[in-house]
Design a protein around this ligand. Sequence first.
Ligand code: FES
Ligand SMILES: [Fe+2]
Length: 423
Amino acid sequence: MLSPEKNRQLTQVGPGTPMGELLRRYWFPIGGASELENKPTKAVRFLGEDLVLYKDKSGTYGLIDRQCPHRRADLSYGFVEEQGLRCNYHGWLMGEDGRCLAIPYDDLAEPKSRLRDEVKVRAYPVRELAGLLFTYMGPLPAPPLPVYEPFTWANGFREVILTEVACNWFQCQENSCDPVHFEWMHDNWSARLSGDSTSAPRHLKLAFDEFEHGFLYRRVREGQPDGSPFWTVGRVTLWPIGFYLGQHFEWRVPVDDENTLNICWFFARVPPEREPYVQVRVPTWKSPLLDDKGEWIASHVVNQDVLAWVGQGRIADRSKEFLSASDKGIVLMRRRYFEEMDKVAKGLDPKGVIRDEEAAKLIQLPLGDKAQFLKGVPLADWPKDRLLAKRMRGQPWCAGQPDDVWREYANACGLDESMRTAP
Ligand code: FES
Ligand SMILES: [Fe+2]
């Protein structure tokens, strides 16, 4: 149980709040680079700030204040130039560093005016990496962008999947350190939904270890030897807003106190016989939560999680909960966020911020067996692997994979498109 005050500290993300300040010490993903292909501007909101993301004609990304500094028009309706984003109301031109590059009327009629030099709007750096766009919204100098090792893997098909989640980010992130929910939410509940009344192997033992970039949670389930991969390596709760397992990342990106953008990144190694494979474009797509009848799509792992998070309320009331032995990871996480918020208040760098440019270029995360991601699995062996067999049938972890994305993936891997059973 937490006091309402402590709950606010964990959940408020705006500028000046303790958690908002902590989260502003890290780079985090804000979407897929391919989102700006057809329309180069996008209205976005992160950490409670309304912004516009754009890509100008020279290929430079910008993330600046949504409101034009002139008379506050919405810059997401502006148009991009060779450099910068131009407001569609009176044509002021803004650069990615937040400076004003042109005031068309004044530049002609009042050429001596220095107004242009005085104008400056909020602007945050944007970097593209592995098909994702990342930003850093904190004090300068920004630390280098961390490159996690899976982003460097070759011969893979990558995709970015977005889910809009109508609740606070922290209850989503608590799920990243909660092993027992797999048994119930993903195994037993999925079985019940398909009319199966058998029960999945129970959890017998849990352990949580901290490392520089997060926590590792390990578990033993019935029927597994103590030396099973999930006990020896475990899964990664990626500090501060992510989750990582093998070829897959998820980030619970805070939009504001009551909304989260869940961003998934998947790497799917093509079979070795399809090498060399170079992906030209990393697709980004939005995964739906509801079907045509307005019913929750509960068939996919991510949607099952989202249902749990949203069900906890817009901001989970932690003053009313009863934590149990299965919540060890959650207790650990909460304590560490409070400690790191204190560090930031004292002007120190918090956990996991990397200042060393060289170290940031390749960050290894704990991973049991990466051979299948580096070497690949011959297509003939896919039916023997539970997950790869699902992929063969076109069943991704998120609901609603668009047909063209499935076709690109199937072509990359040499899959038979007619095998697809469910998007
Ligand atoms: S409001 Fe943007 S240029 Fe006038
Ligand atoms: Fe889950």
